[in-house]
Write a protein that binds this ligand. Structure first.
Ligand SMILES: [Fe+2]
Ligand SMILES: [Fe+2]
Length: 192
């Protein structure tokens, strides 16, 4: 598992929109650099997962095209979802999302994102149930595409709303998010 400290070395293209930076108080300004740092860390983790999913779907498509065995790739994708993607979503629900909910303005966004988490779980089940390569490919593509859009929404709508808040410590939330993941069963090559 990558620690919070390890994340400091990861650089991603994550920037706040100008609208998120209007009229911050002095207290907010004091919190923003640290919170922005951890928002980047979360975005870096997203980027890693998006890349993994896209590669898994490409591998599946290639196996289908070349008429090679595809079932092991379907199973590997399910294991990745169970070991990484869905634990990430569950951990967010009890940390980031729970914290964001105390702002009524964010509640509709959180509800939409919870619905997307449910869809991610359903697409994972559809992958597992696939008995034809094309079904696994369709469900895998849907999972991958939905997660990419969902992660972007978190990075560009949810996190900027939290970054400027003086009463939100994203570092502590990220720590709590990682704590949520500790103790779960991961494949040997698991990385957070
Ligand atoms: Fe999420
Ligand atoms: Fe996320």
């Amino acid at each position: 598992m990558i620690s919070v400290t390890d994340y400091t070395n990861i650089r991603v293209n994550y920037e706040l929109k100008p609208a998120d930076l209007r009229f911050p108080s002095a207290e907010e300004v004091a919190y923003m650099p640290n919170n922005r740092h951890f928002a980047r860390a979360i975005a870096a983790h997203h980027a890693e997962m998006v890349k993994h999913l896209e590669r898994a779907v490409r591998d599946l498509a290639q196996a289908m095209e070349e008429q090679r065995p595809w079932a092991p790739l379907r199973d590997a994708l399910c294991r990745y979802a169970d070991g990484e993607l869905l634990p990430h979503a569950a951990a967010e629900e009890s940390t980031l999302y729970a914290r964001a909910r105390d702002n009524p303005v964010l509640v509709p966004l959180i509800e939409a994102m919870l619905a997307e988490h449910r869809s991610l779980r359903q697409w994972r089940d559809r992958i597992q149930q696939a008995s034809q390569a094309v079904d696994a490919l369709v469900a895998g593509g849907a999972l991958s595409g939905l997660f990419a859009e969902h992660a972007a929404k978190e990075e560009h709508q949810l996190l900027p709303a939290l970054v400027r808040r003086a009463d939100v410590d994203l570092g502590a939330l990220l720590g709590a998010l990682q704590d949520e993941l500790v103790g779960r069963q991961f494949p040997p090559d698991h990385r957070l």
